[in-house]
Ligand binder design. Sequence first.
Ligand code: LLP
Length: 427
Amino acid sequence: MESFHYRDSRLYCEDVSVADLAARFGTPLYVYSEASILGTLESLQSAFVELDPLICYSVKANSNLGILKLMARHGSGFDVVSQGELYRVGLAGGEGSKTVFAGVGKTDEEIAAGLDAGVLMFNVESEAEMEAIARVAASRGRVAPIALRVNPDVDPKTHRYISTGKKQSKFGMDIERALRAGQAAAGMASLEMIGIHMHIGSQITTVEPYAGAVAKGVEVIRRLREMGHPIAWYNMGGGYGIAYKGKEARPVAEFASAIVPGVKAAGCRLAIEPGRVIAGNAGILVGRVVYTKQSGDKRFLIQDAAMNDLIRPALYESFHRIWPVDVPAGLPAPPEDYESEIAGTEPWDVVGPVCESGDFLAKDRSLPPLDRGDLIAVFSAGAYGMVMASNYNTRPRAAEVLVAGGEARLVRRRETYEDLVRQEVGI
Ligand code: LLP
């Protein structure tokens, strides 16, 4: 969270006051830090340096063109899961040859778009999809580069909604099936199997699942090579967990040390698809208190950032640190540790204006006294925040601002009511 810090009890993003941004651009407002994004990109590059990694930023985490452009300018590749994401990467100046195309349901049209964009490889999720890729490539006189997505059946020990590497998950192929697909692919002239792909889950906070998965992957590579496939890439996916609360995250270097030896021994180039670790702590969501309200012994802080802006607490009961943008005199910066009592605070349910009991950002959260007009910051909101936003309750989606040093740039304007009805026809 260093790019977001308190100076004289006011929250700053790099050198820009967050209260000033809220005054200029309104609330709810997403604020992102370029320095944080680039700092993480660099730390990933250096953690995996031994393998000269291709970092394919996972566009789904935060697909704002301002961020994609920044990543492309700094040499990043991309992981896309739809033609829409591929379109964004093209607009941002991303290179096809550094883009991997994943997703369990690629249509023929999407496969063709991937071929036209010259993607580095398609991550293949099923035998049926492999056949579709072979057919579309053949019909265009092309050879499609593919990587089999192998499901290693390891438990990443994360929330069940974001766990993908277990046998029961819809993603990838179990090892036996992958080997059968390898056999089938050997007879398909319009495919070239150049890699394997794994992604075992998201918000993973221990390194053992990676080590276990890589050990299985190395064996799969050996078998696929025996079949004659020129496996040159090991795509290890993303999933590196971040600190939402306190110290739950592991440094990326620790993940690297679980992954590098196996991939190195297999003689492969490494691709990784980090999303959350790059964007998550590079962004906050700013809300303004509309009302405070007491009901029984519960205190509600009703502010203008709602579940339609940030759905993670409602969907996964996920924890986001929340603290006032202007800290009242005598109170500290946001606590590092929510286990112990925080002096000068009282428990609040932080809720939005949407008509659902699930519309909350935090429950029983210790916060200093707050009142109408005060601003709050919801931290770690840069990944899976704006990308999962909706117009529920006909609420315009928030604006987004990208900060670099002392400069703030609007990278998405706030939606208007006209924007919200624009697609509706035949009325
Ligand atoms: N690669 C693949 C194939 C993926 O499915 C994902 C995420 C990633 C890479 C990036 O994972 P990351 O490094 O960000 O953990 N909406 C959920 C997270 C869903 C993750 C989906 N797949 C959340 O808000 O926690």
